[in-house]
Design a protein around this ligand. Structure first.
Ligand code: PMP
Length: 421
């Protein structure tokens, strides 16, 4: 009660009967908290070598370059940098992002883009624009957990599309679309989270054709595509015949610049973009002006491509460090993939093993990963796990793998849960 409230006329021993508060919305009561966030809380303990979070390496952020870009944004017009701005985004940032996407082979103009507060917001805006409670949404199985959460919050029926180790199976997709009449397919075609998988070009073409033939929106999430360490870049799904007029493409500066900026973008056909702009007005009016202008300054004055090339060179070393030591660290007969980019390796323990049990044993030895089961929309595979290789240096990765390989804890070792700082 505020200090200025009038004194109660009732004696303090008989408080007024309280009427229960109205309940929270069903969507909040029925959506489970992210299992991975809870797992990440354990893995943030000091001294932990974590293959769990998908965190970019902080020592590789171009902190000086970004600080100079913020200085420059203020110097050019502090009044503008600190003022409200348009929902669509700062024109110079939209133009610079469009030019970059265009250079990468997907014809794009500033008008095709909406600047978002991280690509996570783009996911939410498209969901608001397209999904009614009860609508079917198709996803890869497993897929990005926060996307699953967003679709569930919107009351969607989330249906996994059968996948193999290269991603979505187009024939199975066509069958599901015909049967379930979904509004939308959500896909991360390149260096997927959590599996690191990349959808081959022929499947991209087939998926685009299925979407056009059967009437389906495509939501292409591409935060990792620029982190390619080997092999040739594939065109984005949005560029294939049939997909051009029905794909919402999400991009992000989180993995190539810094996630704390919370800057992403949505590229979509005009009518869908207008719907997303409407949803964004209601969500946050617009993305931070000062962050947008600083990013635009960075793109104008620094060389983001050169920065990304440096990051790629280091991440390649880290990926190779993880891959070279995994065989000795996981139980015999475990399997894992070899992604050509991104942040994640996906592994599977042999019959009779459980990734959650290994997680508990591993964190007690000061090393962490994420069990794979929470990423599945259906039929979770308890033997799977996701290992991120970007956060630690190669020597730390070797040390983490040595901890993972250690024999099950003896009682004496168990008394020092984090033997290494
Ligand atoms: N999509 C995928 C597949 C992701 O892995 C992430 C973050 N890890 C996001 C979207 C959200 O990224 P951000 O909001 O930082 O752009």
């Amino acid at each position: 009660m505020p200090a200025s409230a009038p004194p109660s006329t009732l004696p303090p021993s008989t408080p007024p009967a309280a009427t229960p508060l109205p309940p929270f919305a069903t969507r909040i009561r029925t959506t489970a908290p992210s299992a991975v966030r809870e797992i990440l809380a354990v893995t943030a303990q000091p001294g932990m070598i974590s293959f769990a979070g998908g965190l970019p390496a902080p020592e590789l952020f171009d902190a000086e370059g970004l600080r100079a870009a913020y200085d420059s944004a203020f110097a050019r017009s502090a009044g503008r940098a600190l003022q409200y701005s348009t929902t669509e985004g700062a024109p110079e940032l939209r133009a610079a992002v469009a030019a970059r996407i265009d250079r990468q082979g997907l014809a794009t103009t500033a008008d095709d883009l909406l600047i978002t507060t991280g690509s996570q917001q783009g996911l939410g805006l498209i969901t608001t624009a397209l999904i009614e409670p009860g609508d079917a949404v198709l996803v890869e199985n497993p897929t990005y957990l926060a996307a699953l959460q967003g679709f569930e919050l919107a009351g969607a029926r989330v249906i996994p599309v059968p996948c193999d180790d290269q991603g979505i199976l187009p024939d199975a997709l066509a069958e599901l679309v015909a049967r379930e009449r979904p509004k939308l397919l959500y896909t991360i075609p390149t260096f997927q989270n959590p599996t690191g998988r990349t959808l081959p070009a022929d499947r991209r073409a087939e998926i685009a054709a299925v979407a056009a033939r059967l009437g389906l929106w495509l939501l292409e999430d591409d935060p990792y595509g620029e982190l390619r360490y080997e092999g040739r870049a594939l065109p984005r799904l949005a560029s294939y015949p049939g997909a051009e007029d029905r794909t919402a493409l999400l991009g992000s500066f989180s993995k190539v610049m810094a996630p704390g900026l919370r800057l992403g973008w949505l590229r979509a056909p005009a009518a869908l973009l207008r719907g997303a702009v409407l949803a964004k007005q209601a969500a946050d009016l617009h993305t931070s002006t000062v962050d947008q202008l600083a990013a635009a300054e960075y793109l104008r004055t620094a060389d983001l491509d050169a920065h990304v090339a440096r990051v790629r060179d280091e991440y390649r070393i880290r990926r190779d460090a993880l891959l070279s030591g995994l065989g000795a660290a996981l139980p015999p007969d475990s399997t894992w993939n070899r992604p050509e980019g991104g942040m994640f390796v996906w592994a599977r323990l042999p019959e009779g093993h459980d990734a959650m049990a290994l997680f508990h044993a591993a964190t007690a030895r000061g090393v962490a990963f994420v069990p794979g089961a929470p990423f599945f929309a259906r039929d979770p595979d308890p033997r799977t796990l996701r290992l991120s290789f970007t956060t630690h240096t190669a020597p730390e990765i070797h040390q983490g793998l040595t901890r993972l390989a250690a024999q099950p804890l003896s009682p004496q070792v168990g008394s020092t849960p984090h033997p290494h700082p």
